[in-house]
Design a binder for this molecule. Structure first.
Ligand code: ATP
Ligand code: MG
Ligand code: MG
Ligand code: MG
Length: 462
């Protein structure tokens, strides 16, 4: 089943159950400075759930563009390592604003998966919050799931809150067992490991309490439903491929990279550069299409770091000149029908990507030489000092994760604690300098110096 058919089926199924089809909101959340990127379908409905905003409908269905890089949800480090994480992905979601609750949410999800998509019920597993007896019972009653396939889990996995106060409640997740051949070992199992065999596909959140400042939970008069299913994950399962990266949503990018490099894709660890690049160019293309620009702070800084990371993996495939920009039209071919913004802006997006690639290449090669020299003098198991990592950052614009990745390959650890201390000192200096009046600013002009890419996001593990 093509991904575009899954999107359609999802929207149609829930529309037929009285849900308003609402378009995806932008990746840059409107009027929400607390959030770097839209990371779930519910983001555009936050105020509706909070009762601050009224809509003409009480049920909605969306296919939402999401980004999980930077901020509270940051999957950047997982990308390419697991079969199931990207930074950019699409989330299919159905929502009830004080309308239906647990019973119907469970019934709809189950009917969609086993009916519309034809999933074998024997392959599905369910988790519920440890004390949510109601959900535990409903899965058996409504969906006929045997009790030995329903696992009770703790707060970390199965309790959701919007913030420290406000709506919250237990969640229930649907997992699919992809088969013995994916097992990570003898202990492999739901709640036992976090491997890709029994994979989470759909999260149903039952918003049923309000949490006040003292932490007390009071039942909401009209509980709500918020759900999210990863499109790439369900597509991977239905298309019978090993990972999200091999679905029709991403694989054409990997194919193009194969053509460009003459290197064949390896679905194992060796294929990591292909997967990282394919993910990152999707993220960059969508962000640029929304008007985010490369910069030294905020969202533009996250995007810059994503591009640099993609380029660094590009080097492993032999790219020494700009190449990412050539993938932009491929993103357009795959995604343009559903998201016209990526094809409409294509020429400009390509130009912006290419410029940024050129900019980074100049410093990258200089920095790589310095890092290689430093690593040469270290034995496997040794530690690269925080000063060295900081110098690479400060002088060559090397984000810590890049240094960490390269050091990893030499089995060298980076003293990140010391790096952090030096970063903190630099931030402090910057803060103090901000207070001073600068009399004679140097005239702005071309510069190849890349230092002082500081700022807010540096303490995030991106
Ligand atoms: P996981 O435990 O696998 O990291 P999650 O619990 O963090 O997933 P949720 O926050 O529950 O994910 O999001 C709802 C759904 O969105 C998930 O069930 C999954 O199908 C999908 N999803 C979440 N993160 C990603 C990602 N980084 N890439 C692709 N799909 C994702
Ligand atoms: Mg996660
Ligand atoms: Mg999870
Ligand atoms: Mg989840």
């Amino acid at each position: 089943m093509k991904a575009s058919d899954i999107r359609q089926k999802f929207l149609q199924f829930f529309a037929a159950q009285g849900h308003q089809v609402v378009p995806s909101s932008p990746l840059v959340p409107a009027g929400d400075p607390t959030l770097l990127f839209t990371n779930a379908g519910m983001v555009q409905f936050k105020d509706v759930f909070l009762g601050k905003e009224k809509r003409s409908y009480s049920r909605a269905v969306t296919v939402q563009k999401c980004m999980r890089a930077g901020g509270k949800h940051n999957d950047l480090d997982q990308v390419g390592r697991t079969a199931r994480h990207q930074t950019f992905f699409e989330m299919l979601g159905n929502f009830s604003f004080g309308d239906y609750f647990k019973r119907d949410a469970i019934d709809y999800a189950w009917r969609f998966l086993t009916g519309e998509l034809g999933l074998d019920p024997a392959k599905l597993w369910i988790t519920v919050f440890e004390t949510d007896d109601e959900a535990y019972r409903l899965w058996q009653e409504v969906a006929g799931v045997p009790s030995d396939r329903i696992v009770r889990m703790g707060e970390k996995d199965n309790f959701w809150s919007m913030g420290d106060t406000g709506p919250c409640g237990p969640s229930s997740e649907i997992f699919v067992d992809r088969g013995e051949e994916y097992a990570c070992g003898p202990q492999c199992g739901l709640g036992q490991c976090d491997c890709d065999r029994i994979q989470e596909i759909w999260n149903l959140v039952f918003m049923q309490y309000n949490r006040d400042e003292t932490g007390t939970l009071t039942p909401l008069p009209r509980p709500s439903i918020d759900t999210g299913m990863g499109l790439e994950r369900i597509a991977a399962y239905l298309q019978g491929v090993d990972s999200n990266f091999e679905t029709d949503l991403i694989f054409p990018l990997i194919r193009t990279l194969e053509d460009m490099t003459g290197v064949s894709y390896d679905p194992g660890p060796e294929g990591m550069p292909f997967r990282v690049i394919a993910d990152h160019i999707r993220a960059i293309t969508f962000l640029l299409a929304e008007g985010v620009s490369f910069s030294n702070e905020g969202r533009g800084y996250v995007m810059r770091r994503i591009l640099r990371r993609a380029m660094r993996y590009g080097r492993l495939l032999g790219f020494e000149s700009p190449f990412l920009y050539q993938l932009v039209p491929v993103v357009g071919e795959i995604m343009g029908d559903a998201y016209p913004e990526v094809t409409n802006g294509q020429t400009v997006i390509q130009e912006l990507v290419k410029n940024e690639e050129n900019r980074f290449l100049a410093t990258l090669s200089a920095g790589m030489r310095v890092l290689a020299q430093k690593l040469e003098s270290l034995q496997p198991g040794a530690v690269l000092s925080g000063e060295d990592a900081f110098q690479l950052y400060d002088t060559f614009g090397f984000p810590l994760d890049l240094t960490r990745d390269v050091a990893d390959e030499h089995q060298v650890r980076v003293d990140e604690a010391q790096f952090e201390v030096l970063m903190q000192e630099q931030r402090e200096r910057a803060r103090q300098n901000r207070g001073k009046t600068v009399q004679h600013l140097p005239a702005p002009g071309p510069t190849t110096f890349w230092g002082y890419e500081t700022l807010e996001l540096d303490n995030e593990p991106i």
